[in-house]
Design a protein. Structure first.
Length: 316
Protein backbone atom coordinates (compact mmCIF):
# COMPACT_ATOMS: atom_id res chain seq x y z
CA UNK A 1 0.00 0.00 0.00
CA UNK A 2 1.29 3.48 -0.87
CA UNK A 3 2.38 5.56 2.13
CA UNK A 4 -0.20 8.14 3.21
CA UNK A 5 0.61 11.85 3.46
CA UNK A 6 -1.60 14.54 5.02
CA UNK A 7 -1.31 18.10 3.69
CA UNK A 8 -2.96 20.49 6.15
CA UNK A 9 -4.15 23.07 3.57
CA UNK A 10 -4.36 23.43 -0.17
CA UNK A 11 -0.95 24.59 -1.45
CA UNK A 12 -0.08 26.55 -4.60
CA UNK A 13 1.31 23.28 -6.00
CA UNK A 14 -0.91 20.21 -6.55
CA UNK A 15 0.37 17.92 -3.78
CA UNK A 16 -1.24 14.76 -5.16
CA UNK A 17 0.32 15.32 -8.60
CA UNK A 18 3.71 16.18 -7.07
CA UNK A 19 3.78 12.99 -5.00
CA UNK A 20 2.11 10.74 -7.59
CA UNK A 21 3.71 7.31 -7.49
CA UNK A 22 5.27 8.04 -4.08
CA UNK A 23 2.27 8.54 -1.82
CA UNK A 24 -1.46 8.67 -1.44
CA UNK A 25 -2.19 12.28 -0.53
CA UNK A 26 -5.00 13.61 1.66
CA UNK A 27 -5.36 17.41 1.39
CA UNK A 28 -7.39 19.40 3.94
CA UNK A 29 -9.36 21.49 1.48
CA UNK A 30 -11.21 23.88 3.81
CA UNK A 31 -9.99 27.51 3.79
CA UNK A 32 -9.32 27.30 7.54
CA UNK A 33 -6.91 25.35 9.70
CA UNK A 34 -7.94 21.86 10.77
CA UNK A 35 -9.13 21.73 14.38
CA UNK A 36 -6.85 19.73 16.70
CA UNK A 37 -9.32 16.81 16.43
CA UNK A 38 -9.37 16.99 12.64
CA UNK A 39 -5.59 17.21 12.49
CA UNK A 40 -5.21 14.20 14.76
CA UNK A 41 -7.73 12.10 12.85
CA UNK A 42 -6.36 12.92 9.41
CA UNK A 43 -2.66 12.68 10.39
CA UNK A 44 -3.05 9.44 12.37
CA UNK A 45 -2.60 7.01 9.45
CA UNK A 46 0.14 9.06 7.75
CA UNK A 47 3.89 8.62 7.39
CA UNK A 48 4.39 12.30 6.64
CA UNK A 49 2.43 15.51 7.12
CA UNK A 50 2.83 18.94 5.58
CA UNK A 51 1.90 21.30 8.43
CA UNK A 52 1.31 25.03 8.48
CA UNK A 53 2.55 27.50 11.09
CA UNK A 54 -0.96 27.59 12.56
CA UNK A 55 -0.96 23.82 13.17
CA UNK A 56 0.27 22.92 16.63
CA UNK A 57 2.40 19.80 16.43
CA UNK A 58 2.83 18.73 20.04
CA UNK A 59 3.59 15.49 21.82
CA UNK A 60 -0.09 14.58 22.14
CA UNK A 61 -0.48 14.80 18.37
CA UNK A 62 2.68 12.79 17.78
CA UNK A 63 1.46 10.15 20.23
CA UNK A 64 -1.73 9.81 18.16
CA UNK A 65 0.26 9.29 14.93
CA UNK A 66 2.26 6.07 15.35
CA UNK A 67 3.12 5.88 11.63
CA UNK A 68 4.48 9.42 11.47
CA UNK A 69 8.10 9.81 10.37
CA UNK A 70 8.27 13.33 8.92
CA UNK A 71 6.81 16.76 9.64
CA UNK A 72 7.38 19.01 6.64
CA UNK A 73 6.50 22.48 7.98
CA UNK A 74 5.34 24.94 5.32
CA UNK A 75 7.28 27.80 6.95
CA UNK A 76 10.83 28.59 7.96
CA UNK A 77 9.77 29.16 11.58
CA UNK A 78 9.18 25.92 13.47
CA UNK A 79 7.90 27.31 16.79
CA UNK A 80 4.59 25.50 16.12
CA UNK A 81 6.41 22.17 16.34
CA UNK A 82 7.60 20.63 19.61
CA UNK A 83 11.06 19.77 18.28
CA UNK A 84 12.15 17.92 21.42
CA UNK A 85 9.06 15.71 21.33
CA UNK A 86 9.60 15.00 17.63
CA UNK A 87 13.22 14.08 18.26
CA UNK A 88 12.31 11.86 21.17
CA UNK A 89 9.88 9.98 18.95
CA UNK A 90 12.29 9.79 16.02
CA UNK A 91 10.13 12.05 13.83
CA UNK A 92 12.12 14.23 11.45
CA UNK A 93 11.27 17.89 10.83
CA UNK A 94 11.90 20.08 7.79
CA UNK A 95 11.16 23.76 7.07
CA UNK A 96 11.31 26.11 4.05
CA UNK A 97 14.34 28.41 4.51
CA UNK A 98 15.95 30.77 1.99
CA UNK A 99 13.16 30.85 -0.61
CA UNK A 100 11.14 33.27 1.52
CA UNK A 101 14.00 35.51 2.65
CA UNK A 102 13.64 38.22 0.01
CA UNK A 103 9.84 38.29 0.11
CA UNK A 104 9.85 38.66 3.91
CA UNK A 105 12.57 41.32 3.85
CA UNK A 106 10.52 43.25 1.26
CA UNK A 107 7.42 43.13 3.45
CA UNK A 108 9.51 44.29 6.42
CA UNK A 109 10.53 47.29 4.36
CA UNK A 110 6.96 47.90 3.19
CA UNK A 111 5.86 48.22 6.83
CA UNK A 112 8.93 50.25 7.75
CA UNK A 113 8.32 52.76 4.96
CA UNK A 114 4.58 52.88 5.60
CA UNK A 115 5.10 53.80 9.27
CA UNK A 116 8.02 56.16 8.62
CA UNK A 117 6.03 58.10 6.00
CA UNK A 118 2.62 57.83 7.65
CA UNK A 119 1.00 56.15 4.67
CA UNK A 120 -2.02 54.98 6.63
CA UNK A 121 -3.00 58.57 7.43
CA UNK A 122 -2.00 59.79 4.00
CA UNK A 123 -4.04 57.10 2.27
CA UNK A 124 -7.10 58.06 4.22
CA UNK A 125 -6.74 61.72 3.35
CA UNK A 126 -6.27 60.97 -0.36
CA UNK A 127 -9.21 58.56 -0.43
CA UNK A 128 -11.47 61.26 0.92
CA UNK A 129 -11.31 62.60 -2.64
CA UNK A 130 -9.69 65.89 -1.66
CA UNK A 131 -6.11 66.00 -0.41
CA UNK A 132 -6.56 69.49 0.97
CA UNK A 133 -4.03 72.29 0.77
CA UNK A 134 -0.37 71.27 0.35
CA UNK A 135 1.07 71.87 3.79
CA UNK A 136 4.70 72.52 4.67
CA UNK A 137 4.02 70.88 8.00
CA UNK A 138 1.53 68.17 7.02
CA UNK A 139 2.14 64.45 7.66
CA UNK A 140 5.82 64.83 8.45
CA UNK A 141 7.61 61.54 8.95
CA UNK A 142 11.04 60.09 9.61
CA UNK A 143 13.83 60.64 7.09
CA UNK A 144 15.60 57.33 6.60
CA UNK A 145 18.83 58.58 5.01
CA UNK A 146 21.30 58.99 7.85
CA UNK A 147 19.01 57.23 10.34
CA UNK A 148 19.93 54.02 12.14
CA UNK A 149 18.34 50.65 11.54
CA UNK A 150 18.62 48.06 14.29
CA UNK A 151 18.13 44.41 13.42
CA UNK A 152 17.39 41.94 16.21
CA UNK A 153 18.24 38.43 14.97
CA UNK A 154 20.78 38.67 12.17
CA UNK A 155 20.07 35.54 10.18
CA UNK A 156 18.87 35.15 6.61
CA UNK A 157 15.99 37.62 6.80
CA UNK A 158 17.76 40.05 9.14
CA UNK A 159 20.69 40.29 6.73
CA UNK A 160 18.36 40.77 3.75
CA UNK A 161 16.65 43.61 5.64
CA UNK A 162 20.09 45.11 6.35
CA UNK A 163 21.13 44.76 2.69
CA UNK A 164 18.14 46.84 1.60
CA UNK A 165 19.00 49.53 4.16
CA UNK A 166 22.18 50.37 2.26
CA UNK A 167 20.09 51.57 -0.65
CA UNK A 168 18.31 53.94 1.71
CA UNK A 169 21.51 55.36 3.16
CA UNK A 170 20.90 54.02 6.65
CA UNK A 171 23.46 52.99 9.23
CA UNK A 172 22.79 49.42 10.40
CA UNK A 173 23.40 47.83 13.79
CA UNK A 174 22.48 44.31 14.81
CA UNK A 175 22.19 42.05 17.82
CA UNK A 176 22.26 38.31 17.37
CA UNK A 177 23.16 35.15 19.25
CA UNK A 178 26.15 33.66 17.43
CA UNK A 179 29.01 35.73 16.00
CA UNK A 180 28.61 36.68 12.33
CA UNK A 181 31.69 36.56 10.06
CA UNK A 182 32.74 40.00 8.82
CA UNK A 183 32.01 39.04 5.19
CA UNK A 184 28.35 38.30 6.02
CA UNK A 185 27.61 41.49 7.97
CA UNK A 186 26.21 43.51 5.06
CA UNK A 187 28.06 46.55 6.36
CA UNK A 188 26.26 46.33 9.72
CA UNK A 189 27.91 46.51 13.12
CA UNK A 190 27.29 44.16 16.06
CA UNK A 191 26.11 45.81 19.29
CA UNK A 192 24.60 44.73 22.59
CA UNK A 193 20.82 44.62 22.89
CA UNK A 194 20.93 47.67 25.19
CA UNK A 195 22.86 49.64 22.58
CA UNK A 196 20.55 48.46 19.81
CA UNK A 197 17.52 49.72 21.73
CA UNK A 198 19.17 53.02 22.58
CA UNK A 199 20.44 53.82 19.10
CA UNK A 200 17.96 52.41 16.56
CA UNK A 201 15.57 54.83 14.86
CA UNK A 202 13.92 51.74 13.40
CA UNK A 203 14.08 48.39 15.19
CA UNK A 204 13.28 45.32 13.08
CA UNK A 205 12.69 41.98 14.77
CA UNK A 206 14.01 39.06 12.70
CA UNK A 207 14.70 36.33 15.29
CA UNK A 208 12.80 33.06 15.64
CA UNK A 209 10.35 32.59 18.51
CA UNK A 210 12.08 30.57 21.24
CA UNK A 211 11.80 30.56 25.03
CA UNK A 212 14.69 33.10 24.98
CA UNK A 213 13.09 35.51 22.50
CA UNK A 214 9.53 35.46 23.87
CA UNK A 215 8.76 39.06 24.90
CA UNK A 216 12.26 40.14 23.82
CA UNK A 217 10.55 43.52 23.45
CA UNK A 218 8.48 44.14 26.57
CA UNK A 219 7.86 47.20 28.72
CA UNK A 220 11.51 47.66 29.81
CA UNK A 221 12.81 47.37 26.24
CA UNK A 222 10.12 49.72 24.88
CA UNK A 223 11.08 52.24 27.56
CA UNK A 224 14.74 51.89 26.54
CA UNK A 225 14.06 52.58 22.86
CA UNK A 226 15.16 55.85 21.33
CA UNK A 227 12.39 58.49 21.47
CA UNK A 228 10.65 58.68 18.11
CA UNK A 229 11.71 55.17 17.09
CA UNK A 230 9.70 52.73 15.00
CA UNK A 231 9.25 49.05 15.82
CA UNK A 232 8.75 46.56 12.97
CA UNK A 233 7.93 42.92 13.68
CA UNK A 234 7.78 40.40 10.84
CA UNK A 235 9.19 37.51 12.90
CA UNK A 236 6.66 36.12 15.39
CA UNK A 237 4.09 38.05 17.40
CA UNK A 238 5.18 36.80 20.79
CA UNK A 239 8.60 38.44 20.44
CA UNK A 240 6.69 41.55 21.47
CA UNK A 241 4.57 42.00 24.57
CA UNK A 242 1.61 43.43 22.63
CA UNK A 243 -0.14 44.90 25.68
CA UNK A 244 3.09 46.69 26.62
CA UNK A 245 3.42 47.96 23.05
CA UNK A 246 -0.08 49.45 23.13
CA UNK A 247 0.79 51.17 26.42
CA UNK A 248 4.09 52.45 25.05
CA UNK A 249 2.37 53.87 21.96
CA UNK A 250 -0.22 55.57 24.20
CA UNK A 251 2.46 56.96 26.47
CA UNK A 252 4.23 58.63 23.61
CA UNK A 253 7.88 58.33 22.86
CA UNK A 254 7.54 55.67 20.14
CA UNK A 255 6.74 56.98 16.66
CA UNK A 256 4.84 53.89 15.63
CA UNK A 257 4.92 50.22 14.75
CA UNK A 258 4.60 47.99 11.71
CA UNK A 259 3.36 44.51 12.50
CA UNK A 260 2.87 41.46 10.28
CA UNK A 261 2.64 38.98 13.16
CA UNK A 262 0.62 38.93 16.38
CA UNK A 263 0.88 37.42 19.80
CA UNK A 264 -2.47 35.60 19.67
CA UNK A 265 -2.90 34.88 15.97
CA UNK A 266 -5.34 34.93 14.35
CA UNK A 267 -6.45 37.64 16.81
CA UNK A 268 -4.98 41.14 16.82
CA UNK A 269 -4.79 43.07 20.11
CA UNK A 270 -7.81 45.41 20.13
CA UNK A 271 -5.59 48.28 21.30
CA UNK A 272 -3.77 48.22 17.96
CA UNK A 273 -6.80 48.38 15.69
CA UNK A 274 -7.70 52.06 15.63
CA UNK A 275 -4.23 53.56 15.82
CA UNK A 276 -2.92 55.72 13.01
CA UNK A 277 0.67 55.19 14.15
CA UNK A 278 0.44 51.44 13.55
CA UNK A 279 0.45 49.67 10.18
CA UNK A 280 -0.78 46.09 10.20
CA UNK A 281 -0.63 43.22 7.75
CA UNK A 282 -2.04 39.70 8.18
CA UNK A 283 1.12 37.54 8.38
CA UNK A 284 1.96 37.87 4.69
CA UNK A 285 5.75 38.08 4.87
CA UNK A 286 6.29 35.23 2.42
CA UNK A 287 3.17 35.92 0.36
CA UNK A 288 4.43 36.32 -3.18
CA UNK A 289 3.35 33.96 -5.93
CA UNK A 290 6.95 32.88 -6.56
CA UNK A 291 7.83 32.29 -2.91
CA UNK A 292 4.70 30.42 -1.91
CA UNK A 293 5.16 28.09 -4.90
CA UNK A 294 8.83 27.48 -4.00
CA UNK A 295 7.84 26.80 -0.36
CA UNK A 296 5.37 24.16 -1.59
CA UNK A 297 7.98 22.55 -3.84
CA UNK A 298 10.42 22.38 -0.92
CA UNK A 299 7.90 21.02 1.61
CA UNK A 300 6.63 18.40 -0.84
CA UNK A 301 10.19 17.76 -2.05
CA UNK A 302 11.17 16.91 1.53
CA UNK A 303 8.27 14.47 1.75
CA UNK A 304 9.24 12.84 -1.53
CA UNK A 305 12.92 12.62 -0.56
CA UNK A 306 12.00 11.03 2.76
CA UNK A 307 9.69 8.46 1.20
CA UNK A 308 12.35 7.55 -1.36
CA UNK A 309 15.04 7.22 1.31
CA UNK A 310 16.96 10.18 -0.11
CA UNK A 311 18.56 12.99 1.93
CA UNK A 312 16.09 15.65 3.10
CA UNK A 313 16.36 18.99 1.27
CA UNK A 314 16.04 21.21 4.34
CA UNK A 315 16.17 19.33 7.64
CA UNK A 316 15.75 21.41 10.80
P1 LIG B 1 17.50 32.40 10.62
O1 LIG B 1 18.31 32.48 9.37
O2 LIG B 1 17.61 31.21 11.50
O3 LIG B 1 17.78 33.73 11.46
C1 LIG B 1 17.38 33.91 12.78
C2 LIG B 1 18.47 34.67 13.50
O4 LIG B 1 18.02 34.97 14.83
C3 LIG B 1 19.77 33.88 13.63
O5 LIG B 1 20.84 34.72 13.33
C4 LIG B 1 19.76 33.48 15.09
O6 LIG B 1 21.05 33.32 15.63
C5 LIG B 1 19.10 34.69 15.71
N1 LIG B 1 18.65 34.41 17.07
C6 LIG B 1 18.18 33.24 17.60
N2 LIG B 1 17.93 33.39 18.91
C7 LIG B 1 18.28 34.66 19.22
C8 LIG B 1 18.28 35.40 20.43
N3 LIG B 1 17.88 34.83 21.59
N4 LIG B 1 18.70 36.67 20.40
C9 LIG B 1 19.12 37.24 19.24
N5 LIG B 1 19.15 36.58 18.07
C10 LIG B 1 18.74 35.31 18.06
O7 LIG B 1 15.94 32.51 10.27
P2 LIG B 1 15.26 33.37 9.10
O8 LIG B 1 15.11 32.52 7.90
O9 LIG B 1 15.95 34.69 8.99
O10 LIG B 1 13.81 33.57 9.75
C11 LIG B 1 13.66 34.25 10.98
C12 LIG B 1 12.25 34.16 11.50
O11 LIG B 1 11.39 34.97 10.72
C13 LIG B 1 11.61 32.77 11.41
O12 LIG B 1 11.96 31.97 12.52
C14 LIG B 1 10.13 33.07 11.39
O13 LIG B 1 9.60 33.05 12.70
C15 LIG B 1 10.07 34.50 10.85
N6 LIG B 1 9.41 34.58 9.53
C16 LIG B 1 8.26 35.28 9.40
C17 LIG B 1 7.67 35.40 8.16
C18 LIG B 1 6.39 36.17 7.97
O14 LIG B 1 5.57 35.77 7.15
N7 LIG B 1 6.18 37.26 8.66
C19 LIG B 1 8.24 34.79 7.03
C20 LIG B 1 9.42 34.09 7.22
C21 LIG B 1 10.00 34.00 8.47
P3 LIG B 1 21.70 31.86 15.82
O15 LIG B 1 22.30 31.59 14.47
O16 LIG B 1 22.67 32.02 16.89
O17 LIG B 1 20.58 30.91 16.17
C1 LIG C 1 6.40 32.35 8.16
O1 LIG C 1 6.03 33.01 9.07
C2 LIG C 1 7.48 31.43 8.22
O2 LIG C 1 8.03 31.19 9.31
O3 LIG C 1 7.82 30.91 7.14
C1 LIG D 1 6.66 69.11 -3.88
O1 LIG D 1 5.79 68.52 -4.52
C2 LIG D 1 7.71 69.90 -4.44
O2 LIG D 1 7.70 70.13 -5.65
O3 LIG D 1 8.58 70.26 -3.63
Amino acid sequence: MAPRVFVARRLPVDAAAFLEGDAEVDVFEAPRPPTPDELRARAAPCRAIVSLLSDRIDDALLAACPELELIANYAVGVDNVDLAAAKARGVRVTNTPDVLTDATADLTWALLLAVARRLREGERVARSGDIGAWQPTGLLGLELAGATLGVFGFGRIGRAVARRAQGFGMRVLYTTRSPVPEAEREGAAPVSKAELLARADVLCLCAPLTPETRHAVGAPELAAMKPGAILVNTARGALVDEAALVQALDAGPLRGAGLDVFEEEPKVHPGLLERDDVVLSPHIGSATEHTRRRMAEIALGNVRAHLRGEPLLTPV
